[in-house]
Write a protein that binds this ligand. Structure first.
Ligand code: 1GP
Length: 248
């Protein structure tokens, strides 16, 4: 485990659950992303994720530069493809889309991106990425061409988490998809945390402090919010998110 991951694990011990804010370089210009990074840092966010679906050259580089200039939070890449592995990130959620059966996202993107990770001095955090059905077809489903795990099949989720652990992953991301109608069920968060041995990340469709607090009460390692803060990020709203995650 490298120093960035170690730092996150220690911070997690201190705050219970980390609040990660996903910044999407496809949604906002670099200056606005940097401003958002500052605002969420002031409100109590613990880590920034940078990710999206675009592969336009230069977009991720500019976003990363602006964010790093303004924020002192750890910044992890959460890439949709190997093109998004850019210089400047502290770490990367080095994911494999384990819920899917598409070789491109199980292994091909990883093979293409691995040398870039080393070249840019980015610390990889081995992460199993599990899509969970969320009421409608999500972008990540469309882009990856994979089916999510059914939201009522807790046993299947359990088997995926166990396999991830045995494959040597240290993190598992339970993902409903950005803008999901229904977030990951509370029972699934509880089951994944109870299996132990993996740091559990939960994200997708978390738009209110109440919905977040229910999941934070299961004490996953990290809760990710994205979309909602592109529309609203006044200090009071942001503080309510920090409170829901750190003190559910
Ligand atoms: C997507 O889980 C993240 O990968 C964030 O989702 O944009 O719905 O918060 P939202």
């Amino acid at each position: 485990m490298g120093p960035i991951e170690q730092g996150l694990v220690e911070r997690r011990r201190a705050v219970g659950t980390l609040w990660a804010v996903l910044l999407d370089p496809d949604s906002l210009p670099p200056e606005e992303l940097a401003q958002t990074a500052l605002q969420v840092e002031e409100a109590g966010a613990d880590v920034l994720l940078v990710g999206g679906s675009s592969a336009t050259p230069g977009v991720f580089e500019a976003a990363m530069k602006a964010i790093r200039e303004r924020s002192s939070l750890p910044v992890l890449l959460f890439p949709g493809s190997y093109h998004q592995v850019v210089e400047g990130a502290h770490g990367i959620l080095f994911t494999t889309l384990l819920s899917g059966r598409n070789p491109q996202y199980l292994a091909e993107e990883q093979v293409r991106g691995a040398e870039r990770v080393i070249r840019h001095g980015i610390e990889p955090l081995p992460t199993a990425y599990l899509l969970i059905e969320s009421g409608a077809v999500t972008t990540v489903q469309k882009v990856s061409g994979t089916q999510p795990l059914p939201r009522d099949d807790r046993d299947l989720l359990r088997r995926h988490v166990l396999a991830a652990r045995m494959m040597g992953m240290r993190w598992v991301y339970l993902e409903a998809g950005s803008g999901a109608l229904s977030p990951v069920p509370v029972e699934m968060v509880r089951d994944a945390v109870a299996l132990e041995g993996l740091q559990v990340i939960v994200g997708g469709g978390l738009r209110s402090p109440e919905v977040i607090a229910e999941r934070a009460a299961c004490r996953p390692a990290m809760i990710v919010t994205g979309n909602v803060l592109e529309k609203r990020r006044d200090a009071e709203f942001l503080k309510a998110f920090a409170q829901a995650i750190h003190h559910p």
